[in-house]
Design a binder for this molecule. Structure first.
Ligand code: PLP
Length: 379
């Protein structure tokens, strides 16, 4: 029986070649050549020059929190349906993650209720573009502007995705993207910090470089670098930049292959939705699809385990996703919920993610669809 695993690493065309170049140092090879290559590809792709490679998306979120000048007790509004890093970045500064509900269709933060959670202590809104599908950024930006709040985009899953033509991660004040091995474009562990606002450019560079002005020394504008602000070691290692540069060059191919698989699932599972057995993902108006995750919401939560087991017996891996943060031990300790999070609590136990990776063939995808339909006939 052929196994259909959940995710398979995509080997980019130039990956082995770039890694070989990195491992064969030469006098003629420019210092930091792959970092420069990554930055130039990303800056073009994201139409933004204020980008810094980081050791993870977690690191980029922490940089955003430091730049936001969060003080103890400051509140930051975010969804509870996200990864711990979104909230940790705030709590580590002494801030309070304020968890609000998501929308049942896109599973992204519900922009219609954010205003109910705003207090005199609110400093920022963190949006998470779940599955690489955009939040309603027009409404969120307007709300933030009206209330003098920063907008931080947790675009961990969103490389290659757009909202009204704007790359996700570049729309708010700060953006964070992940290049972790589970992501569309990856170098094992890695991330990107983006700021569309040039007023933060210098400070961001200091924070990422251990609180020093080392980058100014590297650029030749100063002779000696020194400790100038709070910061940490958020830099991506050189060897990873070699892998990442190769991956980034193939981003459009990866995105279109994944998006095609996403569409095949979407069409193939229409019948299960019209029979009332599942709900398929909805897309916010203006959002593109980068095919990072294809998930279904199973109408009856107790069926999820049975369906996953049925698929596993046939060699197909399918997984749940986030446990709501407001129900987790640290979420209860550090977070605050201004009102009930009914949608979050309803969807988390019903969500099942299906296998998706760039070289998955239409035959693989059809097998998953067929077995999934059979699974629903069995339960
Ligand atoms: C929404 C979200 N934010 C942040 C992260 C952390 O990313 P990284 O592993 O690159 O630190 C993840 C990880 O998957 C995530 O899903």
């Amino acid at each position: 029986m052929e196994k259909i695993i959940f995710n398979k690493r995509f080997l980019a065309r130039n990956e082995a070649n770039y890694l070989g170049q990195y491992l064969t140092p030469s006098e003629t090879v420019e210092n930091k050549q792959f970092e420069k290559k990554c930055i130039s590809i990303i800056a073009k792709k994201l139409k933004s020059s204020f980008v810094y490679l980081t050791s993870s998306c977690t690191a980029a979120l922490e940089v955003s929190s430091i730049l936001s000048d969060l003080e103890p007790g400051d509140e930051v509004i975010m969804p509870s349906f996200t990864f711990s890093s979104t909230a940790n970045a705030v709590a580590l500064r002494g801030g309070v993650p304020v968890f609000v509900d998501i929308k049942p269709d896109t599973l992204n933060i519900d922009e219609r209720i954010i205003n109910l959670a705003i207090t005199s202590k609110t400093k920022a809104i963190v949006v998470v573009h779940y599955a690489g599908l955009a939040c309603n950024m027009n409404a969120i930006l307007k709300l933030a502007k009206d209330n003098g709040l920063l907008v931080i985009e947790d675009a961990a899953q969103a490389i290659g995705s757009y909202y009204n033509g704007m790359p996700l991660g570049t729309i708010g004040d700060f953006g964070a993207i992940s290049f972790h091995k589970t992501k569309n474009i990856q170098c094992g562990e890695g991330g990107l910090f983006i700021s569309s606002n040039s007023q933060y450019h210098d400070r961001a560079a200091h924070i990422i470089e251990k609180g020093t002005n080392r980058l100014e020394k590297i650029n030749g504008s100063i002779d000696k670098y020194e400790w100038v602000s709070l910061g940490s070691s958020y830099v991506l290692s050189d060897i990873q930049t070699a892998l990442l540069a190769a991956q980034l060059l193939d981003e459009e191919q990866v995105t279109s292959l994944r998006a095609a698989i996403w569409q095949q699932y979407h069409l193939g599972l229409e019948e299960l939705e019209s029979d009332g057995l599942i709900t398929r993902p909805s897309i916010e108006k203006g959002s593109s699809v980068n095919g990072h995750i294809y998930y279904i919401l199973i109408s009856k939560p107790h069926n999820r385990k049975l369906i996953a087991e049925y698929l596993a017996l046939r060699g197909i891996s399918a997984y749940s996703h986030y446990e709501p943060l407001h129900l987790s031990p640290a979420g209860r300790q550090y977070g605050h919920i201004p009102f009930e999070l009914n949608i979050t609590e309803d969807i988390a136990p019903r969500l099942l993610r299906l296998p998706i990776w760039p070289l998955m063939t239409p035959v693989h995808v059809q097998k998953v669809i067929t077995e999934l339909i059979s699974a629903f006939h069995m339960v």
